[in-house]
Design a protein around this ligand. Structure first.
Ligand code: HGY
Ligand code: MN
Ligand code: MN
Length: 417
């Protein structure tokens, strides 16, 4: 197989091309926000379709949940497929490489194969997953969920911040927006060799080790929840401190408790990413506070203990403050250990291109953890610059590391026999 020369520059250019599309209110500030089925999201899907066309894919389509699917057949169209890809939606004011790098690297490798008119004993199916971040709707891993048969029908009637249901958003985007159409795109694992995903590390380890690539051993388990504390709104000037049922202070105490509890474990994390006092006023004691909890750990039992302890202590805090506590779990994902054979294929591929083999687990969630539920999977991490910062516009990689990722992917293909 021809060695991919400096394809990294092209991948960086493609990343810039996708990053041209951002949502109003963010784009004007030069910030990247692309959430599920907005006009910016649809524009990115079109760009991915065009890139796959330029790369010589045999079949390109957009499926019932907005995934962009490119197929490059093997020697025989009936050959089994290697499934790969990542997501193209972003968090608010996110980075250009989270998810997208994992779509662009396999596109670059298929482009190289196609330009050599080379066919492998298996096909390659690249999926640009339309939704992984759970931003517009509380439906995380929605796209991978559709492919694995775990799309929750209740998601279709979920409303976004503007009161638009997911089904309406789908229909407005030209998608069927029906459960039957979504169930039709479930993948039959028997047709696939497995799932591999290239992704930026989104952490500081590879940067600190001065290594361009890392092989993922496992993806951490996670739970996300929306919470509400309900106290009693009151006059900020006349209500003595001893007579308050301050919903925001309860939430604040819960946040600090969650931080302390997560610190108590090796590898556990807990984050309050959103918090607000709906309809609050500067001179009113908050009667209500809504906030989110994101809790993760390397194993399911450690995660479950973290969640149980935080919820139990939150209830104690609220009882003491005479505040009600409401907790709604919106996402639960089990830890996803890499399939040993696919992990060792990545290790052999990294070694083959002359890079050190470094193994690490993933604190971030990925589409691979959903695909894990129906087929063997393993991931390759690419070093992030700026100490691996991510979910932040400072997220950055180098063209050289992107080239190495493409070469490792190409070498992985040679390991499949
Ligand atoms: O939150 C995560 O771990 C991923 O970036 N969606
Ligand atoms: Mn992300
Ligand atoms: Mn991601």
């Amino acid at each position: 197989m021809a060695v991919l020369q400096e394809v990294g520059q092209e991948i960086m250019q493609w990343s810039e091309r996708l990053a041209l599309h951002s949502e109003p209110g963010w784009a004007e500030k030069g910030q990247l926000t692309v959430t599920y089925l907005t006009p910016a999201h649809l524009a990115v899907a079109d760009e991915l379709k065009a890139l796959m066309g330029e790369a010589g894919f045999d079949e390109i389509s957009i499926d019932a949940v907005g995934n962009v699917v490119g197929i490059y057949f093997g020697e025989d169209r009936a050959s089994p497929m290697l499934l790969t890809g990542s997501h193209y939606d972003t968090v608010r004011n996110g980075g250009k490489y989270d998810g997208r790098l994992g779509i662009l690297v396999p596109i670059a490798v298929v482009k190289s194969l196609s330009s050599q008119k080379r066919r492998l004993p298996y096909g390659i199916e690249v999926v640009g997953f339309s939704e992984e971040e759970g931003q517009r709707f509380r439906a995380t891993f929605l796209a991978a969920g559709a492919l694995t048969g775990s799309f929750d029908p209740a998601w279709l009637s979920q409303l976004d911040a503007d009161g638009v249901s997911m089904a309406e958003a789908m229909q407005a985007a030209g998608l069927p927006g029906t459960l039957s159409a979504i169930q039709n795109i479930q993948r039959d694992p028997k047709k696939y060799l497995g799932f591999v995903e290239v992704h930026i590390e989104q952490g500081p380890v590879l940067c600190e080790k001065a290594l361009p690539l890392g092989v993922v051993t496992s993806i951490n388990a996670g739970v996300r929840a929306t919470c509400k504390t309900i106290g009693l709104a009151g006059h900020a000037g006349t209500t003595p401190m001893s007579m308050r049922q301050d919903a925001m202070l309860a939430a604040a105490e819960i946040s600090l408790m969650a931080e302390q509890r997560a610190r108590a474990d090796e590898g556990s994390v807990a984050t309050v990413g959103q918090i607000q006092v709906p309809g609050g006023s500067i001179n009113v004691i908050p009667g209500e506070c809504v906030f989110t909890l994101d809790m993760r750990a390397p194993t399911d039992p450690q995660r479950d203990a973290l969640v149980t302890d935080i919820v139990k202590e939150a209830e104690v805090i609220c009882a003491r403050r005479q505040v009600q506590f409401e907790y709604t779990e919106v996402m639960r994902a089990s830890a996803a250990p890499s399939n040993p054979e696919w992990q060792s294929r990545w290790e052999r591929a990294v070694a083959k291109i002359g890079q050190p083999i470094f193994k690490l687990n993933s604190g971030a969630g990925h589409d691979a953890m959903k695909m894990h539920t129906i087929m063997p999977q393993a991931m390759l991490f690419v070093r992030g610059g700026n100490r691996g910062i991510s979910h932040n516009p400072l997220e950055i990689i180098t063209a050289d590391d992107a080239t190495l990722a493409a070469k490792a992917f190409e070498a992985l293909l040679e390991e499949i026999n």
